[in-house]
Design a protein around this ligand. Structure first.
Ligand code: KIV
Length: 308
C-alpha cells in the first residue's frame, strides 16, 4: 500500500497495538456529531469514542442510563461519516449487553448499521464472558473499568455521582483482577476511569494491551477526554479535565453580537447581501420605462398589500 493510500485508510486494532508497542501514547476523544468528528479526524486523533456520555453532554439527560441504542447508532453514523482515518468506537449503552444474544445483536448494529470499527463495554470480571463472546465473533472490544457510569446507581455510597475507585486494598486488588480479566477476554484496550494514578500506572505495567486513562493520571498508555470538556463547552468541567479552548464563552459572545446586530439593523450588511438587476425588478413591478410611457395599468405590476 502506498503512503498516500495508507494516510487515508482507517486505523485498525493492529495499528493501535503497533503504536502501543512502539511506545507511542494514544490520544482518544469523544465525538457525537459530523463536524466535530471531521475536525478531530483531520487533527489526527486516532481513536474516537462515541461515548454514552452523549446522554448528558448532548441530549441533556441526567445520566447515561437513559441513552438508547437508536440514539447511539444515529450519532455513531454521523461520526463515521465525518471520519476517514480514526478508529470509531461505539459505546454499548446500559442493559444492551446483559445477555450474550443482546450483546451480539447490539454490537453488530454498531459495526454493520453505524459503521463503527469497535465497541466499548463497561465492567471487568463481570463483563469478561460477554467481551470474550464478542471478540470470538470478530468484534473488537475496548474494556472500561474503575468508575463505570452505567453502574453508578448501584455503586455503594455514590448516589450515581462519579467517585474515585480503587483507593482501598480490596478495591485495588479487585481492579487489578478486572483489568486482567478484560485483557484475557480479548479486549484490544481498556479505559481506566477515576483510578488513583499509582494504581493505574501499576495496572498499565502489568497489561499487554494499552490502558486509556480518564482521571487516572499520566501513567496510562493513552488518555481520553470528553470533547465538550476539552473545548470548554459544558457548564461543569471535571477536575481531571483540561479545557484547551473556551467555546462556551465564544458561542455566548457570538450569539450576543449577532442579536445586537440584528436589532440594530446592521446584519446583514452589504457583504452578506445578494442583489439583482434593478431593471428586472422594475419590469416585474410594472415601473419600467415602457410602463410609465404607456400610462396603462401595468400587466406585470404586483400591487402592494396596502393598495388592495
Ligand atoms: O461515555 C464516555 O464518554 C466514556 C468516556 C468517559 C470513557 O465512557
Amino acid at each position: 500500500m502506498s503512503a498516500s493510500t495508507d494516510a487515508l485508510r482507517r486505523l485498525t486494532v493492529a495499528d493501535i497495538a503497533k503504536r502501543h508497542a512502539d511506545g507511542l501514547r494514544l490520544p482518544m476523544l469523544t465525538a457525537y456529531d459530523f463536524p466535530t468528528a471531521q475536525i478531530l479526524d483531520r487533527a489526527g486523533i486516532p481513536l474516537i469514542l462515541v461515548g454514552d456520555s452523549l446522554g448528558q453532554v448532548m441530549l441533556g439527560y441526567e445520566s447515561t442510563v437513559r441513552v438508547t441504542m437508536a440514539e447511539m447508532v444515529h450519532h455513531t453514523k454521523a461520526v463515521v461519516r465525518g471520519t476517514q482515518r480514526a478508529m470509531v468506537i461505539g459505546d454499548m449503552p446500559f442493559l444492551t449487553y446483559a445477555s450474550m444474544d443482546e450483546a451480539l445483536d447490539n454490537a453488530g448494529r454498531f459495526l454493520q448499521e453505524a459503521g463503527a470499527q469497535a465497541v466499548k463495554v463497561e465492567g471487568g470480571v463481570r463483563s469478561a464472558r460477554i467481551i470474550e463472546g464478542l471478540v470470538k465473533a470478530g468484534i473488537p472490544v475496548m474494556g472500561h473499568i474503575g468508575w463505570t457510569p452505567q453502574a453508578g446507581l448501584a455503586m455503594s455510597g455514590t448516589g450515581g455521582r462519579p467517585k474515585v475507585q480503587g483507593r482501598s486494598r480490596d478495591q485495588a486488588r479487585s481492579m487489578l483482577a478486572d483489568a486482567l480479566a478484560v485483557q484475557e477476554a480479548g479486549a484490544f484496550s481498556i479505559v481506566l476511569e477515576l483510578v488513583p494514578a499509582q494504581l493505574a500506572a501499576a495496572i498499565t505495567e502489568r497489561l499487554r494491551i494499552p490502558t486509556i486513562g480518564i482521571g487516572a493520571g499520566p501513567g496510562c498508555s493513552g488518555q481520553v477526554q470528553v470533547v465538550t470538556d476539552l473545548l470548554g463547552l459544558g457548564d461543569f468541567i471535571p477536575k481531571h479535565a483540561r479545557p484547551y479552548a473556551q467555546l462556551g464563552a465564544t458561542i455566548d459572545a457570538a450569539a450576543r453580537a449577532y442579536a445586537a446586530d440584528v436589532e440594530a439593523g446592521t446584519f446583514p450588511g452589504e457583504a452578506e447581501t445578494v442583489r439583482m438587476d434593478d431593471e428586472v425588478l422594475d419590469h416585474v413591478l410594472g415601473r419600467g420605462a415602457h410602463d410609465r410611457a404607456s400610462g396603462e395599468i401595468p400587466v406585470g405590476g404586483i400591487p402592494l398589500d396596502r393598495d388592495l
